[in-house]
Design a protein around this ligand. Structure first.
Ligand SMILES: Cc1cc2nc3c(=O)[nH]c(=O)nc-3n(C[C@H](O)[C@H](O)[C@H](O)COP(=O)(O)O)c2cc1C
Length: 768
């Protein structure tokens, strides 16, 4: 098996204490930023060559006008000594053994610049920053210059969101420019504006960098995304380098295709140093160079000079089109100037789950929670529509009224509220008048409306069970609604946990408005809340004076007896019930509903129901749910005898069967001995679409990439569902849309992958 940089990451992690690893990663901000950097690279598709590529492409290129072995340099992480005592010396020696490429030495290096220069066969650049002690800094720069350092790298804005004054940084750059003959690169540029300032202040080059910990205003921005706008401003007048998330040979190609002269590598070098001192650094750079050559060969490139924007696939949707370098004068918006939610990794989760499956058609995917489509039949749509139109006629509507119902704008609260009210009464024993219902565009809109109405400002907070369904967290991000996590136990949410979280939020001066919960076969954990807890939770909601947002999309497609919904047990109108027909009828209709029978006293003294207020909001969001979709769902309900239970007997049996089959398969692949040896365990949901497996390694994106590429099996890291951290050694497996043959094949691949990861995470086992 070929080595990749992620292998070094894994090995380094295994050898490092949690506290030091957190420093290496840059904490939570570092993890978020890295995800944005990696995501930007993942979003780029490179053209491959039709013919056979050159055998050994030539990676030599000029960096700052001097010929080097590759368009790669080593970024300046401070704290190298925490990885290995050889620190900068180890990095310099390892780099020199791999290639003639520059190494940036941190201003806080552990050894004098003279000693480093004397030991170095590679060009050294000195990272510096706006100094507290100017004479000392000026002296250090003079010494570095005298020792043969080739360039200065001035850190703009400080690493991470530390307080900073950009104007002072530009003044510092101008001052330095007038004092030294060395070329000066401005590092930390993340926008066209900053690039202009750097050029105006006399920079000789720019390093697009977020320091691995985010922009200095705390925003998370993937460096590759801002590269084109910086390149456009530079217009070829000065070289642009980039760092952040470069982990594969193809990433180097992508950055160069978008206009970078070279890339810098940060954490992977630190990981190599941690794993094997200078030799580890040499291996990391060697692996990357090998990958770069392989990527060039598969793109049919013989030289670095041949790399250009044409290498980027632009026929693959907006993302890659947007990444092509812009013509001067054409618009280039910055995600940092758009609402913060668009840059929040939470928002990419759902797309990622769908895309990773589509991008890897040969893999077995346990990722998306899609309904099984073996039960869908195109004719059903017409049958359902006709059924509903006949129903309207049977109710005495004239042909003109029937036409109006389906052709015209409709009431925001919905066309089919009476039928939905009948269905929830019949299926769930929820007895509410149609006026308390709003028919929504999927359950997602129901969540959005409820959050919008309930959360009035930064002091209001919604408690969300954790692991959390991404839809609610994402909606909260869009609405800037504060969310606090309440950890689920083996039986789902506990009342003690909810009460403690409510009290903690109140102690912080915040007002908990509601608790979001999926009581049945929760997504993603698969757990079901026992009846007793449901009753206690309702009592608690009264006692604490909060609402419960109940979301329960899997109940009616799960086999066997089920405890009653919170809403059907609700005697105090504490529950806002969020409903969905996606799993019970079909998701393409995008029809959901919210039951909001809470009385609302208006400012003018009149009273109404919360549903009325939600309908007002909806009228400004989607106006009304598509009448055609509502008609199709209504027709389905009528076909099912007024509810969905009549429609879902077969599907519930199917989902139950495939879940049982999956659990049997897990037991077969992981018999007791193997389970214990590997430290693998799983929960056993009786229904729903998901189960979770504890695994003996960190199940992050890098592990997922290995799983897809090397074993052809896709799963979901549970850490995605823990926006506040956690779930790192757990994966979610979705069963819903797979056949038995898929399950067999997928589990065999998964077992092989878990074995390989477990072996690889032993720090003593080194591959050559
Ligand atoms: C532990 C650590 C310390 C760092 N310290 C500095 C520093 O002192 N000055 C600086 O300019 N960048 C610093 N960086 C940022 C790196 O130079 C570089 O920009 C970043 O690590 C590149 O991203 P990558 O690690 O994804 O390759 C540090 C990074 C890490 C991980």
């Amino acid at each position: 098996m070929e080595w990749s940089l992620s292998d070094f990451t894994r090995l380094a992690r295994a050898r490092t204490s949690h506290a030091i690893w957190d420093l290496f990663e840059g904490g939570a901000a570092g993890r978020r930023t890295l995800a944005a950097d990696l995501g930007a690279f993942d979003g780029v598709r490179l053209r491959s060559s039709a013919g056979r590529g050159p055998d050994r492409p030539d990676t030599t290129t000029k960096i700052l006008s001097r010929v080097r072995d590759a368009p790669i340099g080593v970024a300046p992480p401070a704290r190298l000594a925490l990885g290995h005592e050889s620190a900068e010396l180890g990095v310099i020696r390892g780099t020199a053994a791999a290639a003639d490429v520059p190494v940036v030495i941190s201003v806080s290096a552990t050894r004098p610049v003279e000693e480093l220069a004397a030991a170095s066969d590679v060009p050294l650049w000195l990272q510096t920053c706006r100094p507290r002690d100017r004479p000392a800094s000026a002296h250090l720069i003079e010494r570095a210059e005298a020792a043969g350092f080739e360039a200065l790298v001035l850190t703009i804005g400080g690493a991470g969101p530390a307080g900073s004054d950009p104007d002072l940084d530009w003044a510092e750059l101008a001052r330095l420019r007038s004092r030294t003959a060395l070329p000066i690169l401005a590092k930390g540029v993340l926008s066209a504006d900053q690039a202009r300032c750097a050029i105006d202040a006399g920079a000789d080059g720019i390093v697009v960098s977020n320091y691995g910990t985010g922009a200095n205003d705390g925003a998370v921005v993937g460096t590759l995304h801002v590269l084109p706008e910086v390149v456009a401003v530079a217009g070829g007048r000065l070289p642009i380098l980039l760092d952040g998330g470069v982990r594969r040979g193809r990433d180097v190609l992508a950055a160069l295709a978008l206009g970078a002269e070279a890339v810098l590598i940060g954490r992977p070098v630190l990981h190599g140093l941690t794993v094997g001192a200078a030799e580890g650094v040499q291996q990391v750079l060697g692996v990357l160079l090998g990958e770069l050559r392989a990527a060039m060969a598969s793109a049919g490139l013989e030289t670095i000079a041949q790399i250009g924007p044409g290498l980027i696939e632009t026929d693959d949707g907006a993302r890659t089109v947007a990444l092509a370098p812009p013509e001067p004068g054409s618009v280039m918006l910055r995600a940092a100037d758009l609402h913060s939610s668009v840059s929040d990794p939470v928002m990419d989760t759902m797309n990622f789950l769908n895309e990773v499956t589509l991008r890897n058609p040969g893999a077995v995917s346990f990722a998306p929670g899609r309904p099984y489509d073996g039960f869908f039949d195109t004719e059903q749509i017409f049958t359902y529509l006709r059924r509903y139109l006949e129903h309207l006629e049977a109710q005495g509507r004239s042909p003109a009224q029937v036409r109006e119902a389906v052709f015209q704008y409709g009431p925001s609260a919905g066309l089919i509220r009476d039928l939905v009210a009948g269905a929830v009464r019949q299926d769930e024993g929820i007895d509410v008048p149609p006026e308390s219902i709003v028919v929504t565009v999927g359950c997602q809109e129901a969540m959005f409306l409820a959050l919008r109405a309930l959360v009035t400002g930064p002091d209001d907070v919604v408690l969300v069970s954790s692991p959390s369904y991404m839809g609610i967290v994402g909606a909260a991000r869009v609405l800037e609604a504060e969310v606090a996590a309440v950890a689920e136990g083996p039986d789902g949410l506990s009342c003690a946990g909810v009460e403690a979280a409510v009290m903690a939020e109140r102690a912080r001066g915040r007002r908990p408005r509601a608790v979001y919960v999926i009581p049945d076969h929760s997504n993603p954990s698969g757990v079901t809340m026992p009846l007793e807890t449901r009753r206690e939770l309702l009592d608690l909601a009264v006692r604490l004076d909060v609402l419960l947002l109940e979301d329960s999309p899997y109940r009616l497609v799960s086999p066997g007896a089920r405890p009653p919904t919170l809403k059907s047990l609700d005697r105090h109108r504490r529950v806002v019930h969020l409903g969905s027909f996606a799993k019970t009828v079909f998701p393409g209709a995008r029809v959901g509903y919210v039951i909001a029978d809470q009385p609302v006293l208006r400012k003018d003294g009149t009273a109404g129901l919360l549903a009325d207020e939600l309908a007002k909001i909806k009228s400004m969001v989607t106006v009304n749910t598509s009448a055609l979709s509502q008609a199709a769902v209504a027709g389905a309900l009528l076909t099912g005898g007024g509810g969905v239970s009549g429609l879902t007997t077969e599907t519930a049996a199917h989902y139950g069967d495939i879940m049982r089959y999956m659990l049997e398969g897990l037991r077969r692949e992981f018999p007791a001995g193997r389970r214990e040896r590997l430290g693998v365990s799983w929960n056993e949901p009786a229904g729903g679409f998901f189960l979770t497996v504890q695994v003996p390694f960190v199940a992050d994106n890098a592990a997922l990439a290995r799983s897809v590429q090397e074993f052809g099996v896709i799963w979901t890291p549970m850490s995605y569902f823990h926006p506040e951290g956690g779930g790192t050694r757990t994966i979610r497996l979705s069963t819903s849309y797979l056949s038995r043959a898929d399950v067999d094949e997928g589990l065999a691949r998964l077992a092989a992958f878990i074995e390989a990861e477990a072996a690889g995470s032993q720090p003593t086992e080194r591959k050559a």
